[in-house]
Write a protein that binds this ligand. Sequence first.
Ligand code: ADP
Ligand code: MG
Length: 265
Amino acid sequence: MFISLVNTKGGVGKSTLAVHVAAWLHDQGLRVTAVDADEQASLSTWLRVAAPEIPIVPLYTAAEILARAPELAAGCDVVVADGPAALGSEVAALISVSDLVVLPLLPSMLDVWASYRTARLIYKVQFHPKRAGLPRALVVLNRVQSRTRVARVAAAAIEKYGFPVCPVAIEARPAYAEAGARGTVVGRMGRGAALAAVEIGRLVEHILAQVPESAAAARVLAARRAAQVIASRTLPADVVAPLPVSQMIVPAPAPTAAPSVPAPV
Ligand SMILES: Nc1ncnc2c1ncn2[C@@H]1O[C@H](COP(=O)(O)OP(=O)(O)O)[C@@H](O)[C@H]1O
Ligand SMILES: [Mg+2]
């Protein structure tokens, strides 16, 4: 299974989420390989310290990505790839070797517009006869201030991309930046980052559910369901109560309130 975090816009949380997704899956017992396709090497620098057991493979060119991806995916349960913040052939290559592209977006109209070209690139690959609709794509809202109107408007505009929007949004929380600074992940930061840890778990569950053909994904989801039955009886209420995204971004505003995004071609 090859999952990539892609958005040619910088600062949307690709590296933050890639590190957290990779570390979380590793902690669930999956064999994870991380691919760093961004020469800024944020993922490599962070993950090397946060989860040194996870192999990290730098692939900076389209040729390297196309050549190595199949072998990397075959050699582990899941590859998590962090994309660069530039619209080039590397991003196209990353999309074309992925089973699932996660598109992190900040919930502002500027970011929705800036990310439109990435969405179009995903569409182009999906429409290629050889990929026949793949990769799947999932929009993840990041740095959300819950219940704000701009988040709702942006979510409504994003729906016009035609990709599913993950019902778990990641809130703006200092814990994520702090995790980067401390070379760890929110799941290992104790009670102060407990809500972030819970939302990351829920996010990765939704990501895995997008790849139903993956036996590794099914295994983790089954184990999580079993664990949650126990956890729901034992965790304190404030730890298991992240805001449901249904309240955060849905319902969409009336059509007149939503700025229009050009239709993808
Ligand atoms: N949910 C969040 N809450 C608060 N800060 C965040 C969140 N996600 C990312 N950040 C911060 O935003 C900045 C950009 O994130 P990064 O993962 O480097 O984005 P990208 O890889 O897309 O360029 C970093 O400083 C990171 O700590
Ligand atoms: Mg990055």
